[in-house]
Design a protein around this ligand. Structure first.
Ligand code: ATP
Length: 578
């Protein structure tokens, strides 16, 4: 049984509860809510906007300004990164060269009867396999072989086989519809050379104990056995079309009098290409030398077929991408460096322990630009909706020289780099230089998925508190850095508290909000701060007026201590690690 399967249902946080806190406290709202919303788009409220900015700033500071927080690269030298900020709309030829016009497709399946549409890789065939006593000694052998022979009983929807199976086993109506009485084992996810990735669990049914298994339909089942696969909408077999490609790019028209045929342009589906097409500009106009990286953050747009799971899969989202250019011989070393450092970085922000994993891709998962043998890995987080499985936060890929080569060919531009530190030695003992297209290591992170992971990780139910829950953000990321409260709105307390809040704002306002609040009982104000994830509250009470001390309340431990009012700014600076 895999480690993943050991996570019990009760330890998984409720996504509904997290989403309702996000709405209630102003982290995230559905976009266009007063008009009924618009599928795949979200708006960040005051706390969410600041949390998102804090994560973006942490990335910008640690990656770009501090060059991997001062860690030396595999060449023993500081890591050099420079920023750019490129346009969302570029010449459409950029997307032809990058492969997005021809290949940026998701396989789509339609139900011919209901006209509903789904991504084939999000549809899963569900099998109730033979009784367990027929199981061979090797579990994988049994499952792979059994699935190959069996006809799917149903089709389920989800992001991963585990998610689809989990929905079936956990929802009583789905469980009943599938003839399952109860789940006996945890959910196990595996790979089999015959059927690809799958998830399985041991269940009891009216016909005895059996294995239930989920396998993606995109792994060829629909092409091979279309007549046997039941529709997830009606349960009828033979009603699904084979998977068809659907381009994910948003198209628009340039110019007020333009038309879609002659003046079409695309909203960028990734920030990376804006970097590649400026590689030569950056080399020519700055003093960078390979190896070096170019970084950018910004919006990307994908017309996702099935946006779902809150902000995890949206149609408009923000990326934080680095394209790191190096000599081909050094690509493997830089790939390992970035993969490991990016994992450390996410851990440093509080995504620790079993919820964060680094997963090297199997060779059958390689993207169109990646070559066999070149590394690709994902940093994945165990979101409540993927548990016990994981969802991608960031991908680290060795893109070889694919993109520079494509742009050099399509644009007819010379994008080779002249490296005067390499090549044979000339008579004067100096290297003659070498001309080459650099290879690129790309750590590509999703800012919105990062925020979602931070929200899920921070969400901590605590029945002992008035709020019933608190958000345990790392102080560096917390949108509200501190709160200042007069115990009551009288007796001279606001007159002391308001100037303290103003002084803290002046010193820490560039990092986040300093809350000042004098309404409601102190218990209600603490409860609000717990839900907002504010790490420190400073309360001015009757004693402050006589001994110049204030109470500090710590969010995580609920400890209270008294410190001198004059020491509050330095105290907060130390706690924020400044
Ligand atoms: P997925 O397989 O989940 O669709 P991807 O592998 O296509 O993701 P990349 O093209 O590698 O994603 O994009 C880099 C990062 O951008 C991802 O790791 C993810 O954090 C983020 N991202 C991609 N698509 C979306 C989306 N629709 N909504 C939110 N974030 C996204």
């Amino acid at each position: 049984m895999s480690a993943n399967a050991e996570q019990t249902e009760s330890s998984v946080k409720s996504m509904d509860d997290i989403m309702s806190l996000c709405k209630r406290r102003g982290f995230i709202y559905p976009a266009s809510e007063i008009y009924g919303g618009v599928n795949g788009f979200w708006d960040y409220g005051p706390l969410g906007a600041q949390l998102k900015k804090n994560l973006r700033d942490a990335w910008w500071t640690d990656v770009v300004m501090k060059g991997c927080d001062g860690k030396l690269g595999p060449n023993g030298k500081p890591v050099e990164i420079v920023p750019v900020d490129t346009s969302i709309i570029q010449n459409p030829k950029v997307w032809e060269a990058s492969g997005h016009v021809g290949g940026f497709n998701d396989p789509m399946v339609d139900d011919k009867e209901t006209k509903q549409r789904f991504r084939a890789d999000h549809l899963f065939a569900v099998y109730l396999l033979e009784p367990v006593n027929e199981m061979k000694t090797d579990e994988h052998y049994f499952i792979g072989g059994a699935i190959e022979r069996a006809i799917p009983d149903r089709t389920a929807v989800g992001n991963t086989p585990t998610e689809a199976l989990k929905a079936i086993c956990n929802e009583s109506t789905l469980r009943k519809a599938n003839g399952i009485k109860k789940l006996i084992s945890g959910i196990f996810s595996g790979q089999d050379h015959r059927v690809g990735s799958f998830a399985t669990a041991w269940v009891s049914t009216s016909n005895g104990e059996r294995y239930i298994a989920c396998v993606p339909l995109s792994d060829g089942i629909l092409e091979r056995r279309a007549n046997e696969v039941p529709s997830p909408f009606t349960g009828k077999a033979g009603h699904l079309t084979p998977p068809r490609a659907f381009n994910l790019m948003f198209k628009t028209v340039l110019g007020a009098t333009g038309n879609m045929e002659d003046n079409a342009a695309y909203l960028r589906p990734e920030t990376a290409q804006g970097i590649f097409i400026n590689f030569k500009n950056v080399v020519d106009t700055t003093r960078v030398a390979v190896p070096f990286g170019i970084a950018q953050t910004g919006k990307a747009f994908r017309n996702e077929v099935t946006p779902r799971n809150f902000t995890f899969r949206s149609r408009e989202f923000e990326q934080m991408e680095i394209e790191f250019f190096c000599h081909p011989d050094e690509a493997a070393g830089w790939y390992a460096f970035w993969r490991d450092w990016r994992m450390e970085w996410w851990q440093s922000l509080g995504l620790e322990g079993d919820n964060l994993i680094l997963r090297e891709h199997d060779s059958d998962e390689l993207a169109h630009y990646a070559k066999e043998g070149a590394g690709t890995s994902d940093i994945e987080y165990r979101f409540p909706f993927t548990a016990p499985g994981f969802g991608e936060l960031e991908g680290i890929a060795d893109r070889t020289n694919f993109d520079l080569k494509q742009h050099a060919e399509h644009a007819g531009a010379k994008l080779e780099y002249f490296d005067n530190t390499r090549g044979e030695l000339a008579k004067n003992g100096q290297p003659k230089g070498e001309r080459y297209l650099p290879h690129v290591i790309e750590p590509s992170a999703g800012l919105d998925r990062g925020v979602l992971a931070l929200l899920c990780e921070a969400y901590t139910p605590d029945p002992e508190r008035a709020s019933g829950v608190y958000m345990k953000f790392h102080p560096r990321l917390a949108p509200i850095k501190a709160a200042v409260f007069p115990l009551v709105k009288k007796d001279g307390m606001p007159e002391v508290a308001a100037p303290l809040a103003a002084a803290l704002r002046k010193r820490f306002g560039h990092l986040g909000t300093i809350e000042y609040d004098e309404k409601q009982s102190i218990g209600k104000r603490y409860a609000r701060m717990d839900e907002a994830g504010c790490p420190f509250c400073f309360t001015i009470d009757g004693d402050t007026l006589t001994d110049n001390t204030v109470t500090v309340r710590h969010r995580d431990t609920l400890d209270q201590e008294r410190i001198a009012i004059d020491s509050v700014p330095d105290y907060l600076a130390e706690k924020l690690g400044l």
